[in-house]
Design a protein around this ligand. Sequence first.
Ligand SMILES: Nc1ncnc2c1ncn2[C@@H]1O[C@H](COP(=O)(O)OP(=O)(O)OP(=O)(O)O)[C@@H](O)[C@H]1O
Ligand SMILES: [Mg+2]
Length: 297
Amino acid sequence: MDHFTLVANMEKEEFRILNAIEIGMRKFKTVPFTNIAFYARYDPEEVQHWLDKVHKRDIIIRESGKRQRYVLNSKGYDLLALRALAERDVVASIGNMMGVGKESDVYQALATNEARLALKFHRIGRTSFRAIKQKRDYARGKHHVSWLYMCRLSATREAENLATLNDIGAPVPVLVDQNRHVVVMELFQGQELHDFTRVDDPADIFDKIVAAVSLAFRKAGLIHCDLCEFNIVLTVDGDVLIIDWPQAVSIDHPNAHGFLQRDLENVCVYFEKKHGLVRDPAELMQEILPRESTTTD
Ligand SMILES: Nc1ncnc2c1ncn2[C@@H]1O[C@H](COP(=O)(O)OP(=O)(O)OP(=O)(O)O)[C@@H](O)[C@H]1O
Ligand SMILES: [Mg+2]
């Protein structure tokens, strides 16, 4: 059963239990039974009944040894976010997974108005052994608070940055909504620059990338900080999109110029190696930075 079908099939009491555990996880490494009962406002028999039901779905983890402490696992957290997005009438159904990244899973989805969406689930701190490792860490009561918090923080940052960039008309994905660790965007049609062995007009693409970097810097006050061929998309219409914005920093950051320079160097090195286009990052820095900030003035 996919996540969304599961959301539709679960009873509201089950979500109330998930919600109570989520609230408890702000304070506890593993949430005691009595606190779950308190947050859910159920009496002990009711809580036990619903906890057992939810536990069978493999979306919460019962602390081994002491029976009566619980935490959400990542699927449980996914379901809470998806339910909220469904209730807000943002997402109507979820489709295929488009990509598994180091720090995210991206799914196609449909909006209630049938528009095509991309749902990016932020997964900070997962490893290739994540299922086993998470269970182990949860059971010991370690890291789970930071895991939940870090994923939500990452999604919040990305959504805020996208909203700012959308406002100034920067070529980035269009933000639709965000809940917990999930960022909802309009689906774009395109491919990462990395997927192209050759392109028709490398200089044109390069200039569009620099124009986007410059616009983000000057009008949104943001530096991407992970700019590379995997986070640049060529759309089917021949446009450039810069994606993946959770780690972007403000131009007020003490090392802002260093980050901008590194982003530009990454793009220059890639274009020289892959497409034989030679560009000087230092010159680009001078074009983007306000005149008084450049060292050579
Ligand atoms: N709005 C969107 N529309 C269509 N596809 C998208 C959208 N956002 C992300 N994707 C797809 O998901 C991939 C990963 O997205 P993104 O770069 O934002 O996340 P990530 O955490 O860096 O993942 P990775 O580690 O794979 O780079 C993109 O390369 C793209 O293929
Ligand atoms: Mg990426």
